[in-house]
Structures are given as C-alpha cells and as structure tokens.
Design a protein around this ligand. Structure first.
Ligand SMILES: [Zn+2]
Length: 163
C-alpha cells in the first residue's frame, strides 16, 4: 500500500512512449536530455498529465552535454503548473551509460524538496521498454537520496514506486 507521503506515480503509456521518444530524439544519442513530469495527485496516487522538456524552457539546457536549467526556466515550470493546476511529480534525464546518479545529480536536485523524485534513463533513453534499467531516486534533503525500485507496468500506465 502506498502511504500518502509516498504515493505511487502513474505515467499513462502514451505519455511514457512520447517521453522516451522525445528524450531520445532531443539527445540525438550524443548528449543528455531531460524533462519534468507534471500531473495531479488524488488520494495518495499521482498521475502524469503533461511533460515539459528542458530544452523547450531553456534553449541552453542541453548545450554542455549534461542537463542544466536556469532559474528563469524553473520559473516557467512553476508558472505552467500554476496555469494548468498541475504539480511537478518527478523529473527525468538521460545518461549515456547506466542509470546511477552522478555526484552532480546528487548535489543539484532539479527540485530540492524532500520527497522529490528524480529518474534516470540509461543509454540516452533508447528504449522505453527497458524499465528495469531505469534509476528512481527520492530526495531526502541534504544531498541525500533513497534508491527506489525501478518502474513497473501497471493497468493504466507505467507505475513509479508503490507495490
Ligand atoms: Zn545525471
């Protein structure tokens, strides 16, 4: 059972496929790319409703090969959330190899709120079906993270954490 402070996040299949297609296209197999998963929460369960890709809100987000977002870009994310009644449920970015967190990933959460979820897609998000290869990390604060189980397929979409 998911408790209210640790809800599972469901990403509908169409959005999940679109997410991976776009991450892979934008990274072009040579650089990291990333996105925010925005959605709604109800009774301890959260559902992804929209994706915001880093390079759409910050033209320089992918330019160094490692994803970086300006403060201005973050404001755009919060504004999108406010306008559409959504919240940031998680972020995801790609890595060239495996899905382990880099030191930079650990020290610079995209959203430094306790409980924030950060996902890492291996091999530049080449496959939307390699769920076991995806890293899921939950922010504990003070640059510390919990390692969570890989996403799994569910009835309504890909489920992140939860049973
Ligand atoms: Zn990283």
């Amino acid at each position: 059972m998911a408790s209210p402070d640790r809800p599972s996040v469901t990403c509908p299949y169409l959005l999940w496929w679109r997410l991976f297609r776009e991450l892979s296209r934008r990274g072009a197999g040579t650089r990291e790319s990333g996105a925010f998963l925005l959605g709604t929460r109800k009774a301890g369960a959260a559902t992804v409703r929209a994706l915001v890709f880093y390079d759409d809100i910050d033209p320089n987000a992918l330019s160094t090969g490692i994803v970086r977002l300006s403060g201005h870009a973050m404001n755009a994310v919060w504004q999108t959330c406010a306008d559409r009644g959504l919240e940031v449920l998680a972020d995801i970015h790609t890595h060239p190899g495996g899905a382990g967190q880099s030191r930079s990933d650990q020290e610079h959460p995209m959203v430094s709120m306790k409980g924030h979820l950060a996902l890492i897609a291996p091999r530049f998000a080449r496959s939307a079906f390699d769920l076991a290869g995806i890293g899921v990390y939950r922010y504990r604060g003070s640059k510390l993270w919990d390692d969570l189980p890989a996403p799994r397929p569910g009835w309504l979409g890909i489920r992140i954490r939860g049973a």
